[in-house]
Design a protein around this ligand. Structure first.
Ligand SMILES: Nc1nc2c(ncn2[C@@H]2O[C@H](COP(=O)(O)OP(=O)(O)OP(=O)(O)O)[C@@H](O)[C@H]2O)c(=O)[nH]1
Ligand SMILES: [Zn+2]
Length: 194
């Protein structure tokens, strides 16, 4: 699968626009007043942007090359945003992605691109974390992969539980990072920056 631009895979922007107009009506506002007139199309384009990962293929970011390096590779503090599938609210934070190569490495920026590809979808943080780790295991076939994501969820800061600052931390450990206690401790302490 490559980047998908054919019609059936594009977002149905007019349909999103109609739905947003309907929400504005349901709120009791006037969708034709000046400030709201362009809002449905703005919101449609916004969702297209925020959820672009859904139409992307993370494999396009795989430029794997052979390299004799057998220590942990970690890209720490990758800023990311995602969209919570329960409330369509953003969750925002940092991702840390590590792997222990087995003869193959990847361009380091691609780790950040892979995070975005999975994050820019309707997600829950646990699934997003696991998908990134599983993808790296499958495509790069390293000895192990570790992904930690920490984020604040809009749905519980400005609404609902209203706990601003509460940080959700999720981790996905695969291969040697799951099976070997020392490797696990090493990668987690690198991620913490110890
Ligand atoms: N585990 C997990 N929960 C999430 C994530 N994003 C949002 N949630 C939670 O999804 C839950 C949805 O719960 P519901 O009871 O169906 O929805 P709600 O009535 O709006 O719940 P409140 O947010 O507690 O007001 C909430 O507890 C959210 O905090 C996520 O990425 N992972
Ligand atoms: Zn939510």
């Amino acid at each position: 699968m490559t980047e998908q631009n054919n019609n059936e895979n594009n977002f149905d922007l007019p349909r999103i626009e109609n739905a947003v107009k309907e929400i504005i009506n349901a709120i009791g506002e006037d969708p034709d007043r000046e400030g709201l007139r362009d809002t449905p199309s703005r919101v449609a384009r916004m969702y297209e942007e925020l959820l672009a990962g859904w139409k992307s293929d993370p494999s396009q970011h795989l430029r794997v090359f052979q390299e004799r390096y057998d220590e942990i590779v970690l890209l720490r503090d990758i800023p990311f945003y995602s969209v919570c599938e329960h409330h369509l609210m953003p969750f925002i934070g940092k991702a840390h992605v590590a792997y222990l190569p087995d003869g193959r490495v990847i361009g380091v920026s691609k780790l950040a691109r892979i995070v975005d590809s999975f994050a820019h979808r309707l997600q829950v943080q646990e699934r997003c974390t696991g998908q990134i780790a599983d993808f790296i295991m499958e495509k790069l076939q390293p000895m192990g992969a570790a992904v930690v994501m920490e984020a604040t969820h809009g749905c519980m800061t400005i609404r609902g539980a209203k706990k601003s600052g509460a940080m959700m931390v999720t981790s996905a450990l695969r291969g040697i990072f799951k099976s070997d206690q020392r490797s696990r401790s090493e990668v987690l302490s690198l991620i913490r920056g110890d």
